[in-house]
Design a protein around this ligand. Structure first.
Ligand SMILES: C[S@@+](CC[C@H](N)C(=O)[O-])C[C@H]1O[C@@H](n2cnc3c(N)ncnc32)[C@H](O)[C@@H]1O
Length: 294
C-alpha cells in the first residue's frame, strides 16, 4: 500500500476497497469506517459521493495514511482532530483520544447541573486530557465556571488549545496540577460539581493493550495495580472541596461499578447511582456529598 502507483487512477470505490483490504490484512477493527475516513482525509471528498479517479498526489497521500493506520496508529492521531458531542477537539500523540463512551459521563454531569439550577456553578474536570468533559459541560451549561486540571506536559498543549478554540466564543480555564495532591491547595466547600475520567486500567489490563491503545500515553490509562488509585483520592480527600450537596461524576471501566460504589459508601457519599453508555456498559458513577457534611 505504500506504493502509490497501486491507487493512482483508481475510481473512488476501487480505491476504497483496496484501502479496506490493506487495513483488514493488518487486523484493524472497523476497517470499512477507517478506510472511508482515510479517503476523506487524503482526498478531501466523501468517497460515496465522489466519481473522480485518484490523482497521483491523492493516491500518494492515501497510501501514506493507509500505511500509518495499518501500523495501528490511532485514526484520531492520524486525523489530528476528533469530534466529541457537537464540537471538535485537537488530538494527537501525548493525549488520550476522546471516546464516544465518555459522552454519557458528560451528559450525567450536565443533567445534575441543570437540576441544581445555579446560573454559574463552579465545576472541575479533573484529569482533563483534551478537555472533552469540561468543555462538554461548558457547551451545555454556558454559565458554568469550569476549570480543567491536567498534569501531563504532553497533554497540556492540546488542552490549552482546545480550552480556547473548541467552543466558539466560550472558554474554560486550565490548571496544571497533580490531582493526587492538588486538593490540598483548594478551598473547602468551593465547588459544585467534579467530573473526572481518571486513569483506571489495572496492572493486568496494562499488559494486554490493543495496539492502538498502546500508542496512547500510559499515564492516561494506568490506574495502579487494582485500577482504583484515582477513585480512592477522588472519593476521599476531594470530597472536602465540594460544597455540601455537591456531586462527583466519575467515568469507570465497565467492571468497576461495584468497587467504586463501595468506595463511595465507605467515604459517606449518598445517592450513588450508575449510568450505562450507549453500548450498554456501566460507565458513569454519580455520588452526592451529604448536605449535612462540612
Ligand atoms: C483517562 S484520561 C482522560 C482524559 C479525558 N478526561 C477524557 O475523558 O478523554 C486521564 C487523564 O489524566 C491525566 N493524569 C494522569 N495522572 C494525573 C495526575 N496525577 N494528575 C492530573 N492528571 C493526571 C492523564 O494525563 C490523562 O490526560
Amino acid at each position: 500500500m505504500s506504493d502509490a502507483m497501486q491507487l493512482t487512477g483508481l475510481a473512488p470505490r476501487a480505491a476504497l476497497a483496496a484501502v479496506r483490504q490493506a487495513l483488514e490484512a493488518a487486523a484493524v477493527p472497523d476497517a470499512s469506517f477507517d478506510a472511508r475516513e482515510l479517503y476523506r482525509l487524503a482526498v478531501g471528498r466523501d468517497p460515496r459521493l465522489d466519481d473522480t479517479p485518484l490523482t497521483a498526489e491523492h493516491a500518494a497521500r492515501l497510501g501514506k495514511l493507509t500505511a500509518r493506520r495499518a501500523g495501528r496508529e490511532p485514526l484520531q492521531y492520524i486525523a489530528g482532530k476528533w469530534d466529541f458531542l457537537d464540537f471538535t477537539l485537537d488530538v494527537g500523540p501525548g493525549v488520550l483520544c476522546p471516546r464516544a463512551d465518555t459522552e454519557v459521563v458528560c451528559e450525567a454531569a450536565v443533567d445534575l447541573l441543570r437540576e441544581m439550577g445555579k446560573a454559574d456553578p463552579v465545576v472541575l474536570d479533573l484529569c482533563a486530557g483534551t478537555g472533552c468533559l469540561g468543555l462538554g459541560v461548558k457547551r451545555f451549561v454556558p454559565g458554568a465556571r469550569v476549570t480543567c486540571w491536567e498534569k501531563s506536559p504532553e497533554a497540556l498543549p492540546y488542552l490549552r488549545r482546545n480550552a480556547v478554540n473548541a467552543l466558539k466564543g466560550a472558554e474554560v480555564a486550565v490548571r496544571e496540577g497533580d490531582v493526587l495532591t492538588g486538593w490540598q491547595d483548594m478551598e473547602p466547600g468551593s465547588v459544585d460539581l467534579i467530573v473526572s475520567n481518571p486513569p483506571y486500567l489495572t496492572g493486568a489490563e496494562m499488559q494486554e493493550l490493543m495496539p492502538e491503545t498502546a500508542r496512547e500515553p500510559a499515564m492516561a490509562l494506568d490506574g495502579g495495580a487494582d485500577g482504583l488509585t484515582f477513585y480512592r483520592c477522588l472519593t476521599g480527600p476531594w470530597q472536602k472541596i465540594l460544597r455540601p450537596g455537591g456531586w462527583l461524576v466519575l467515568e469507570i471501566g465497565y467492571e468497576q461499578r461495584r468497587a467504586v460504589l463501595d468506595l463511595g459508601e465507605q467515604n459517606s457519599w449518598v445517592n450513588g447511582t450508575c449510568r450505562q453508555d450507549y453500548g450498554g456498559n456501566d460507565r458513569a458513577i454519580l455520588l452526592q456529598k451529604p448536605v449535612d457534611l462540612g
